[in-house]
Write a protein that binds this ligand. Sequence first.
Ligand SMILES: [Zn+2]
Length: 447
Amino acid sequence: MKLSIHLQASPLEKTENPVQLKTIQGLAASFKISPTKISVSLYFQEPQTIAESRWRFGRLMTQIKALFKLESVEITKGRSVSQKLYEALALDLKSKGETKIVSGKNIDQLEKLAGYEAGFRQWVDEDAQERTSLKIAQEILAYADQNDQVDAFVLDDNQIKDLGMNLLMAVGGASKKSPPRLIVATYGSPDPVEAPPLMLVGKGITFDSGGINVKAYENFVSMMKNDMGGAALAWHLFKALAESDYPQPLVLVIPACENPIGEEAMKPGSVVKSHRGISVRIDHTDAEGRLILADALSWASSLYQPKEIFTFATLTTAALIGYGPFATPVHFANPQLQKALTQSSEEVGEDLHFFPYRIWHQEANKDHEADLKNTASLSSHASRGAGSRNAAHFLIHFADAPLTHFDIFASTWDWSNQSPSGTSQGATGSPFRSLYHGLWHYAQLID
Ligand SMILES: [Zn+2]
């Protein structure tokens, strides 16, 4: 069955002989159905944001797919329908491989963006037994081999140990399947003095069992292959920017390993000396993401002296509990970056929320036995909550440059089975679009 979708800027009354179906509030749809083709006219009742339209469109597509087996999908728009809305919905179809035909403007650009977003989703959805630290390293090295613009190298566990990245070793040292690797790629000849880069750092926990503080809920554990979402996002973003001739030099840094259970796994209560020399008490082995990021940030930011750092991580469950299933809390963005990302996220229909630096969240990471602990809490009755903010402030202790942190725990995985991108399970591809367009806007602002 072929599906042909047409977006209309006006109500549907003018359509000839429509089968009117008002399934989703705020969205009117009329259907014409033949044995081989379904034609749907859609009208989004105003006012609504692109995020809301994407969500409604995703629900409608789920209903259509429950009724018909679709071979191909095409989408067109009426003249006065916004180009941004059209692109957002076309990309939702395209990045899931559901359409071969996307008519309209910017097709080449959409095809490319769909490819990066699909790649990001595929990495996150892949079986954790396959998508190991070794495979991540191998793919990035292979890409760099084929591309003159990009160089890459990988530090293995012996080098990581020799360099004193004991937090990264503590987390992944017991894994044979997915041992610690630190993967670095560069674009645009970054140089600490001549060309200080923007640094993209992604958390690559290829499977998170929780460690000895093992995760309690069985259905939750089965999703923990998604804990390398930050690495997948950072890499596909890096690639997208490099391939579109981004005007700033870039450095990609991915600390990758599994967080395993076992005799050799890190023990709750251990105090570990980080690469930076700061001692950290492992209060909980499931708060491992900030540990591997800390050593990666410390080593890479002192080596490259970046202009700015962006960290991407499925860092805290608190991001989902606090802000809901599609939200990305963004910590410490400077005003220009916040402006660029606000605009891009509204245009592509993603849900970013901005949080500033506060000294009490930084202090919340201090420990009685070591310099820091990996489970921050505020004092007294305020102790619960704020997990995403506390974790973000932990990272600042280890960075040599201003840092903006994206906690993508809630947005990168479809926890509600109703993501605005129209996925009904697994990886969503969010917030790739906001970041790609936002960093392009931002490059113009800081040039
Ligand atoms: Zn964890």
